[in-house]
Structures are given as C-alpha cells and as structure tokens.
Unconditional design. Structure first.
Length: 200
C-alpha cells in the first residue's frame, strides 16, 4: 500500500510538492482552507492529484503518514497541533523535494536582502553556464523543478517560515545575511525563537 502524503496549502510550494509526491508513487491528497487558484487546480487535475479547498477535512488529513505544510500555516494552527500530538511528521516542501535530487543547494536566508542576494547569485551562476534553478521564496517550486526539470544547482531563498519545518535538509552552501526582529507574532514575540528558526 502506498504511503499517504497530505499537502496542506496549494500555492506554489504545496502544488509542486503534490506533483513530486504523485510522481514518486505516493497516495497524495491536497487540502487548502482558502480557494485554490485556477492554475494550481489545473496543475493538480492534470496530474491526477485529489484536492479540496475551502476547508480542511480532518478525516482525510489525520490519516497521513507524512504532511507537507505550506510555510504560510503557523505551527500553532489547531490542525497542526492535532497532527503533532499524534506524532505525524510535518515537513516543508524544500525538505521533501531535497530527498529526490542530488543537486548542490545554495541557500540564502536573513531578515533583509534575501531576494536581491538570491537573484544575484542565480544570475552569476547562469551567466557562468551552469545548469541552475531558482527556488524558495522566489522562482518556481523546488519540488516541481525536481519533478519536471531537475538542475545541477539550486539557489534557494529561504524565509524563517520555510525553515520551521526543515530537519534533515543540509545546504551545500548556506548564507545568513542578517537577523533583525521580524515576524515576532509568529514566534511568540520572542526574538530568540526567530533566531533559532533562521539557524535551522
């Protein structure tokens, strides 16, 4: 029986994770409590991925073997708390996608300057003739690129929200630009919690 992967959130990262999971033979279900935009609906339908929007049907989610969570969903969300309480692994799209590529990963995080630095590194590597993809907060979903057009290198912009559910992933090159108090509402208004997320 195929392992069941539930993807919470069907934006760029969630849809990409669902396509990669389907390609790898998992039983995949996507749930988004908002409205899934038409391009992502079409992508999921084209790849035979079951989905729902406007709700989270717990009976279809709590039976997951593993959950890939959108970075926009906080760890304090009641559904996430239920999954954690029953011991269901919850990971990020980047963590999931990295399992299926041997590409070198160049990851950039920090409170300010991520997009500029990521774009500059991507441009330099591209101009040098390397086979490089752009992913994370900018560019396309890493998972979708791994599924359809894997590269030798990825330059990945990582927010603290994306880093929250990364455990085994290791960057080949990690760049931490700076840390200033930001998004503290997501981290119990404790700067150290935000710092800890950036150091993942």
């Amino acid at each position: 029986m195929a392992k069941r992967i539930v993807v919470l959130g069907a934006g760029e990262s969630g849809s990409g994770a669902a396509i990669l999971a389907k390609e790898k033979g998992f039983d995949v279900f996507v749930s988004d409590c908002g409205t899934i935009s038409e391009p992502y609906r079409a992508l999921l339908d084209q790849n035979g991925v079951q989905w729902e929007d406007g709700k989270h049907s717990e009976e279809l989610i709590l039976n997951a073997d593993e959950v890939v969570k959108s970075p926009g969903i906080p760890l304090t969300a009641p559904l996430i708390q239920k999954l954690q309480a029953q011991g269901t692994p919850i990971i990020s799209e980047i963590e999931f996608a990295a399992r299926y590529t041997h590409a070198k990963m160049i990851c950039i995080t920090g409170s300010n300057g991520k997009t500029t630095t990521t774009s500059l590194i991507f441009y330099i590597l591209k101009q040098a003739g390397l086979d490089v993809g752009l992913a994370g907060n900018i560019g396309n979903s890493l998972a979708l690129q791994v599924a359809h057009e894997d590269h030798d290198y990825y330059v990945i912009e990582l927010s603290s929200f994306q880093l929250d559910n990364m455990y085994d992933f290791k960057a080949d090159i990690a760049i931490l630009l700076n840390i200033t108090p930001d998004h503290l509402d997501r981290y119990d208004y404790k700067f150290q919690n935000y710092v800890d997320a950036k150091f993942r």
